[in-house]
Structure formats: C-alpha cells, structure tokens
Write a protein that binds this ligand. Structure first.
Ligand SMILES: *Cc1c(COP(=O)(O)O)cnc(C)c1O
Length: 383
C-alpha cells in the first residue's frame, strides 16, 4: 500500500478563525453572545434576505422549517431520493411522509415535470436540494411550487455561493437551509442557517431553536410557548462562521480552480462522465463527483472505490439512493426499480478528493490512480 494519503475533504481554517475562537473563549459569552447575531447578519447581507437564523446543524434547520410550515402526520412532502439522508429524514422527524420523485440525469436535481405530476391533495410542500451544489432547475421547481400554492423548502446545504439565472442559492423557496459540517463550502465545526423573508416563519424557527421561548415576548427565560428544542449555535461556532463568510468569495474561487483542474485532466477520458454545468449556473462546488460510463456496473464502481482507497486516495459513493436505505424501504415499501434514474446514477458515482488547498500535484496523483483503477476494473471484466 502506498504511504500517500489524499483525503476526500478538508476544512480550510486560517489563523483568523483560530484567533476569533480564542477571543470568544477569553470573553464572557460562550453562547447567546454577540457572535450569533453577527454571523446571521453576514448571511442576510450576502443573500439579501430579511431573516437568518443560526442553528446547531443543517438537519436542525430543516426540522424547524417543516415545523414552522405546520407540516406533520398525514402530510406528504415531495423530495429527491438522490441526496444526503438528512433532507428526507427531516420530513420523517415531523411525522410526515417523504414522497420521492426521480431526478433528471444531468444536474441530478428533482425533475420539475415529474414533481408536478406527483402532487396530490396530501402534498404540503416540496423539499428541493441542489445536488453537489448545482442549482440548475431550481427556478423551474420554484414555479411548480408557486403554481400549486405549495411552499418550496430549499435544502441549500450543498450550495452556498452558487447561483442560477442570477439568483443565489437559498433564495428560491419560502425558506433555505445551509449546513456547516466540515466538508461543506464553509464550516463552523457543526452548524446551520435558516434564511427566509417570511417573518412569521422566522420567529417560529427562532422559538423552536430556543426551547419554545418566544423572542421578544418579554416572557423571560422560563416561559415556553410551544414545544421547542435546543438547536442553538454557540458563539464559539458562530465566530468561525463569521470569518469563513468573510472568506467565502476566496473559498468559492479556490474550489472552482480545483474543479477546473480535474475537468481539464478528465475531459478526454471516455470512461468518465463529468458534472454538467449549465450556462445559467455559477457553481460553488461542494464535492467533485464524476460518473462512470454505461460500460460499468455498480459492482465495478465499488471495485474502483476499493482500489482507490487501498492506494491512499479518499473517495466515496455519493449518494446511495435514500429510498433503498433499509428503514425507508421497510417503512414505505420502496424497492429497486422505483426511481431508475437515481439508481442508475447512484451506482456509478465516484466522489474524488476535493478541498480548497488540493495541489496540482495531488490532483495529478488522483488522476493517475483513477486511470489505473479504471484499467484494472476493465480487465477484471475481461477476465
Ligand atoms: C450536509 C447536508 C445536510 C445536513 O447538514 P448537517 O449540518 O450535517 O445536519 C442536509 N442536507 C444535505 C443535502 C446535506 O448535504
């Protein structure tokens, strides 16, 4: 085994983030101090929205939005099976049913036409996701939601910094939710942000994150108006986020540079399908995921991933279909064949190492092992 290790992802933390954390630790407010509101106003300014509510994770943010839109048992929410599981789990957390609709095969986002056909009297919202940060199709999805007077909940956890038809990710729906786990474009360690122009929804989310207290009601610390949670973000986390937001343009550019390098290397590779970026899209890359061509099966892909890992190259199968996760399949009777585009794509994805400071030499090393791994996979088939 090669000693070399190139990780799948890595946060980009500078002295400025470290200093900001130390400053909080030396002060009196580790939580509910000035850093939370400062982080929130950075988001309001960046997206041009009325409200930003910092929470403890992207999942917590989605949960708050669904509660705030009064979605619960007996309701259905249309969503994508091709996503990280949290987008769909949030629907289960309020007792509603996720109704999956297949994706389109280029941007890998919900197919707006199929969504429109799947709407029934039980549908209470559409929960869309920008897969891998690609916002292509969000305008069309927002139009379907509007036509049917349904709120669009935008799970923007993978798309901070992307825009589509000059509109920024997070502003397509009734509300948008970002996540700041260390592999995202910006991180706070753990954390999330809800953004919306709906004041009522914003105030409900502020209440849910803080044990059901009503902000500004004067009721005090031990007055609880509704069932709430502790979904607060500490000032320690928010301090990291403030610096990361100041660096967002630089971070997006660095990631574009790395993605462009990969694309240059892989452009002529007939075994690989590169991500499709529409002309109307400004892409803030979350991860760099290529797909293997029709000649490969899911087993071939897994063989290739194992080969890469054995050679010190971080990689992953983003994302296995949510409807085939055992507890979804069991509870709702979903099975292989239900969403053919998602399943076909999922079987062939290869997420390559991707972060802000990946060097040209590291990228060349990844490409070298990828090409060799593909050759071995093809020979394995011949044998
Ligand atoms: C990362 C992610 C989330 C969850 O964010 P957490 O902060 O980890 O809870 C939700 N949805 C999608 C699509 C994600 O990629």
């Amino acid at each position: 085994m090669d000693a070399l290790q190139i990780g799948l992802s890595s946060p980009d933390i500078t002295k400025a983030e470290i200093d900001a954390v130390v400053e909080v630790l030396k002060g009196r407010h580790l939580s509910l101090g000035p850093k939370g509101p400062e982080f929130e106003s950075a988001f309001r300014r960046y997206l041009g929205v009325d409200h930003a509510i910092a929470v403890s994770s992207g999942t917590a943010g989605l949960h708050c939005c669904l509660m705030g839109l009064n979605i619960g048992p007996g309701d259905e929410v249309i969503t994508t099976p091709f996503s990280f599981i949290a987008s769909s789990n949030a629907i289960l957390m309020v007792g509603a049913k996720p109704v999956f609709v297949d994706i389109e095969s280029t941007a890998l986002n919900l197919d707006a036409e199929k969504v429109e056909k799947a709407i029934t009297s039980k549908t209470k919202a559409i929960l869309g996701v920008e897969a891998f940060g690609n916002p292509c199709g969000m305008t069309e999805l927002a139009k379907v939601a509007q036509r049917h007077e349904l709120p669009l909940i935008e799970d923007s956890c993978e798309g901070l910094g992307s825009s589509y038809k000059k509109r920024k990710v997070g502003t397509f729906g009734r509300c948008g939710v970002f996540g700041f786990y260390p592999n995202k474009q910006i991180t706070t360690g753990e954390g999330g942000m809800i953004v919306t122009n709906d004041e009522r929804l914003a105030n409900l989310c502020r209440s849910y994150r803080n044990q059901g207290r009503d902000p500004g009601s004067g009721g005090g610390w031990l007055a609880h108006q509704r069932l709430g949670y502790n979904y607060r973000m500490s000032d320690i986390n928010a301090a990291i986020g403030i610096v990361q937001m100041q660096r967002l343009d630089e971070i997006v550019e660095k990631r574009q540079r790395v993605a462009h390098d990969y694309i240059t290397h892989l452009l002529d590779n007939t075994h690989i399908i590169l991500p499709t970026i529409d002309a109307d899209t400004v892409m803030s890359w979350f991860v760099f995921v290529v797909r293997l061509s029709d000649a490969f099966t899911g087993e071939d892909r897994d063989f290739l991933l194992n080969y890469l890992k054995r050679n010190g190259i971080g990689c992953s199968n983003y994302f296995p279909p949510i409807h085939l996760q055992p507890f979804y399949a069991e509870q709702f009777g979903y099975k292989r064949g239900d969403f053919p585009v998602t399943e076909y794509v999922s079987d062939r994805t290869v997420a390559l190492p991707f972060h802000n400071n990946l060097t040209a030499l590291e990228i060349e090393t990844v490409i070298h092992h990828l090409n060799h791994g593909i050759e071995l996979t093809l020979h394995r088939k011949d044998a």
